[in-house]
Design a protein around this ligand. Structure first.
Ligand code: AMP
Length: 339
C-alpha cells in the first residue's frame, strides 16, 4: 500500500487499561491508519493531569498504555510520550498569545467536564485552570508536528477548529505562512455501549461492570458478555433493543462477519437465542484478541526492552518538535536556545 506523505497526529490519555470501546473506537483505527499515513501517535500524560489524578499511578498508567498499544499493533516507531517532548509545553505558552480568552470560554468540553466534576463531587470541587487551558496544549501537540490530519470524533471537532484558528492567527500576527491548518480525518469507528447498561457508552468512569478490559481475565470477560443486558422489557417498538444491537456491533467489529450474518438472519426470523448470540460474541472476541493478549504477556516479560524502544522513538520524534520550536522562537522574537 502506498503511504501518503500527509502527517497524522493523534494522542490518547493514559487511562491504565484499554477497554473494548477504546480499542474498537480509537486504537484499532490507529493501527489501520499507520499503514496509510506518516503517523505520530502519543500517550498524553500531560493532558491526564487536567483532571484529579493520582501522581503515583500516572507513571505506571503511562507505561501500561504504551505496552498495550504495542500489543495491539501500534508500531513502536510511531509512538512517543508527551511529557518526554517538553517542547509541547513551550509551544503551548507561545500559542496562548494567539488564542483569545473568549475562544477558550466557548469550548463545550470544559463545561461538560467541569460540570461532571461538580456533579460527582459537589460544588466545592477543585476545577484546575489546566482543564480550561487544555485545548491550547492540544493545539501545540498538533502544530508542533505541522500535522495535516487529526483523527477526530464529534467531541473533539471544536478543539480542532480552535487549533486551526490559533494557527491562522499566528500566521497572520507574525506575517508568515508557517503553520498548516490541520484538517479532521474522519474515519468510521463504532461506538460500543456498556454491556450492563447499553444506553450508556462503554466507559471506565461508569464503574467496573461497565467496561471490558481486553487484557483482563478471560473468565471475567465471558461472564460479562453472558450477563449482558439484552431486552429490558420496555421495548415495545419492535426495533432491535440497544443491548442486542450492541452485541451485534461487537460481533461485526471483531471480524465475526459470517456469524453476524447467520445470527442476524435468525433474529429477523424471530428464532434468535440470545444465549447463542452471547456465546458467539464471546468466542469470536477471544479469537480476535488472542494474538494481542499473547503479545501483551511477552511485552510484560521484557518491559525494559520496550521502554527503551519507545524512549528511542520519542527522541527521534522530539527532533521534529525541536526544529519547529527553533523556527517559532525566531518568528516570535524569543532568543533561541541551542538544541
Ligand atoms: P477516553 O478514554 O474516553 O478518553 O477515550 C479514548 C478514545 O477511545 C477516544 O478516541 C474515544 O472516542 C474512544 N472511546 C472511548 N470509549 C468508547 C466507546 N465506548 N466506544 C467507542 N469509542 C470509545
Amino acid at each position: 500500500m502506498e503511504v501518503s506523505t500527509k502527517q497524522v497526529l493523534s494522542l490518547i490519555q493514559p487511562t491504565g487499561d484499554i477497554h473494548l470501546g477504546n480499542y474498537l473506537g480509537a486504537v484499532k483505527n490507529w493501527v489501520d491508519i499507520q499503514d496509510r499515513y506518516s503517523c505520530v501517535l502519543g500517550v498524553a500524560n500531560l493532558h491526564a493531569m487536567t483532571m484529579p489524578y493520582n501522581a503515583k499511578k500516572l507513571e505506571e498508567a503511562t507505561w501500561k498504555m504504551i505496552y498495550q498499544l504495542l500489543a495491539l499493533g501500534v508500531s513502536a516507531d510511531n509512538l512517543f510520550i508527551q511529557s518526554l517532548v517538553p517542547e509541547h509545553m513551550e509551544l503551548c505558552w507561545i500559542l496562548s498569545t494567539t488564542c483569545s480568552y473568549g475562544d477558550l470560554t466557548r469550548m463545550t468540553q470544559f463545561k461538560d467536564k467541569s460540570d461532571q466534576l461538580l456533579e460527582n463531587n459537589g460544588k466545592d470541587e477543585f476545577i484546575s485552570s489546566a482543564l480550561f487551558f487544555y485545548p491550547v496544549l492540544q493545539a501545540a501537540d498538533i502544530l508542533i508536528y505541522n500535522a495535516d490530519l487529526v483523527p477526530v470524533g464529534k467531541d473533539q471537532e471544536q478543539h480542532l477548529e480552535l487549533s486551526r484558528n490559533i494557527a491562522q492567527r499566528f500566521n497572520y500576527q507574525f506575517g508568515v505562512e508557517y503553520f498548516k491548518l490541520p484538517q479532521p480525518l474522519f474515519t468510521e469507528t463504532p461506538k460500543i455501549q456498556s454491556l450492563a447498561n447499553p444506553l450508556k457508552k462503554m466507559s471506565k468512569s461508569l464503574g467496573e461492570k461497565h467496561f471490558i478490559n481486553i487484557f483482563g481475565d478471560e473468565k471475567r470477560i465471558r461472564k460479562q458478555i453472558n450477563s449482558a443486558v439484552t431486552d429490558t422489557g420496555e421495548n415495545t417498538s419492535g426495533e432491535m433493543s440497544p443491548g442486542v444491537s450492541n452485541l451485534f456491533q461487537i460481533l461485526w467489529s471483531t471480524n465475526g462477519i459470517d456469524s453476524h450474518q447467520q445470527l442476524m438472519a435468525a433474529y429477523q426470523n424471530g428464532g434468535l437465542s440470545y444465549k447463542d448470540l452471547k456465546e458467539e460474541v464471546a468466542n469470536n472476541l477471544m479469537v480476535f484478541l488472542e494474538s494481542s493478549r499473547e503479545r501483551y504477556k511477552e511485552i510484560n516479560s521484557e518491559k525494559r526492552r520496550y521502554r527503551d524502544m519507545v524512549k528511542a522513538s520519542t527522541d527521534v520524534i522530539r527532533k521534529k518538535a525541536q526544529s519547529t520550536l527553533k523556527d517559532v522562537r525566531a518568528i516570535t522574537g524569543i532568543l533561541n536556545v541551542k538544541y
